[in-house]
Design a protein around this ligand. Structure first.
Ligand code: ATP
Ligand code: MG
Ligand code: MG
Ligand code: MG
Length: 474
């Protein structure tokens, strides 16, 4: 089954069960300052869950565009390293607004995955987790569905646990949340990794495909959990992950859609093997960048635009690593539009704009990329130990426009770490200077800082909880 067919099969299945098919909402959340980008199917229904908004249906199904780069669910640094994470992906979901609850939600999921007339997956390959104290969900899985107790794992809030799972889903620091039950697919002993809840679970053998959340609370800023007006259901299944299962491949990057993008990227970059990790980064990033621009995000030095800029620069750096000597990323837009334009016509109408913006960004960054990399190489040649000094990170950011996560990406490839504290100190020094400068009207350069006319201070911003100085590379 092709990716596009699977998307349709999911929506059709839930339509048959009385769900309204609702279009994906924008990647830029409407009127929700608590959220950087749309990160789950439930976002557009947040007010319905909270009882603030009524719709003319109580069951809905969607294929939702999601971006997880920055914010609470941030997968940017996983991309290229795991088989299952993208910055942009589609989340298939079914929702109940005070209609059905645990029993039906679990039954729907199981029927879609294993039903002979549906996906027909072998039951013994599926593992499930439930929230540690949720006996009701455990019993439904075990006694009604018939999943053996050894393949049902109880997982709690992950407070200090040595594994990554956390069976209490929340959209952000505030908002609708609740205990969940997750379904995993075992890709077999050829792939490294342990079952959910084990210390090895971060491998890619047992891959989480579907998360079924029993929405019961509205989390307040002070942590208090108020009950929702009606218990509801929110589910999310990664389209690319379930497609991988159906296509008999283990990695999301091996499905038809991603292979076509990898092939297009390889052609543009002069035949780089499609198995290169950097090529995966490039093929992944074109989707988030193009879809974000189509939804109106522009590269900038703050907020959403800065995240977009960081993703573009990361793609440019990986292209450079693969030998690109001139802008290449924007040229991938065409392949993406051909692959996904039918499902998302907005991509087609925005193609020219996407190409123009990406090209501009690539050209701008190309001016400093080589020099920044050279500086980094010089510093690394003299490096004692395995930590890149804060001054270097700061100069790369401030003078050469390397966002910190980009420097970290390079460091990780070489088994090095970053001196974040030193970086923050360097940042703080510049901040002091800027404050002094504005107070006494002193020219930055005259204050003895190494600006070299390349950056311009434009204020402060908050990204991922860190205050960062805003500069424009000119
Ligand atoms: P993981 O533990 O693998 O990071 P998650 O628990 O963070 O996934 P959820 O928030 O439960 O993911 O999202 C629902 C579903 O969306 C997941 O079960 C998975 O199929 C899919 N998904 C989540 N993050 C990504 C991603 N970065 N790329 C592709 N699919 C994803
Ligand atoms: Mg995750
Ligand atoms: Mg998970
Ligand atoms: Mg999950």
């Amino acid at each position: 089954m092709k990716t596009a067919e699977l998307r349709q099969a999911f929506l059709d299945f839930f339509k048959k069960q009385g769900h309204a098919i609702v279009p994906s909402s924008s990647l830029v959340p409407a009127d929700d300052p608590t959220l950087l980008f749309t990160n789950a199917g439930m976002n557009q229904f947040k007010d319905v869950f909270l009882g603030r908004e009524d719709r003319d249906y109580t069951r809905a199904t969607t294929s939702q565009k999601c971006v997880r780069a920055g914010g609470k669910h941030n997968d940017l640094e996983n991309v290229g390293y795991t088989a299952r994470h993208h910055t942009f992906f589609e989340m298939l979901g079914n929702f109940s607004f005070g209609d059905y609850f645990k029993r039906e939600a679990i039954n729907f999921a199981w029927t879609f995955l294993t039903g002979k007339e549906n996906l027909g997956l072998p039951e013994e390959k599926l593992w499930v987790t439930v929230y540690a104290s949720d006996d009701e969900a455990f019993d439904i899985w075990n006694q009604e569905i018939g999943v053996p107790a050894e393949r049902i794992i109880r997982i709690g809030d992950n407070k200090g646990a040595p594994y990554a799972s956390d069976n209490f889903w929340q959209m952000g620091d505030t908002g609708p949340c609740g205990p969940c039950t997750e379904i995993f697919y075992d890709h077999g002993p050829d792939v490294a990794g342990g079952p959910p809840g084990s210390p090895e679970e971060d491998g890619d053998r047992y891959i989480e495909i579907w998360n079924v959340v029993f929405m019961q609370y509205n989390r307040q800023a002070d942590g208090e959990m108020l009950p929702l007006p009606k218990p509801s259901v929110d589910t999310g299944m990664g389209l690319e992950r379930i497609t991988a299962v159906l296509q008999g491949v283990h990695s999301n990057y091996e499905i038809d859609l991603m292979q076509a993008l990898l092939k297009a990227a390889s052609d543009i970059l002069g035949g780089v093997p499609t198995t290169e990790a950097s090529l995966r980064v490039v093929a992944d990033h074109i989707r988030s960048c193009a879809f974000l621009i189509a939804d109106g995000v522009m590269p900038s030095n703050e907020g959403r635009g800065f995240v977009l800029r960081r993703i573009i620069r990361r793609a440019a750096r990986h292209g450079n690593k693969l030998g690109a000597t001139k802008p290449f990323f924007y040229r991938l837009t065409n392949a993406l539009v051909e692959l996904m334009g039918d499902a998302y016509p907005q991509l087609v109408s925005s193609q020219k704009q996407i190409e123009k913006i990406l090209l501009q960004e690539e050209e701008q960054f190309a001016k400093t990329l080589d020099n920044g990399l050279r500086l980094l190489e010089q510093d690394l040649a003299q490096l004692k130990g395995t930590e890149i000094p804060g001054e270097t990170i700061f100069t790369l950011y401030d003078t050469y426009g390397f966002p910190v996560d980009l420097t970290n990406d390079i460091a990780r490839e070489r088994g090095l770490t970053l001196d974040y504290e030193g970086y923050e100190k360097a940042m703080e020094r510049q901040r002091e200077m800027a404050r002094g400068a504005s107070k006494f009207g002193i020219d930055y350069n005259a204050a003895g800082m190494k600006f070299e006319g390349k950056t311009e201070f434009t204020g402060y911003e908050h990204i991922d909880g860190h205050e960062k100085i805003r500069t424009v590379v000119v």
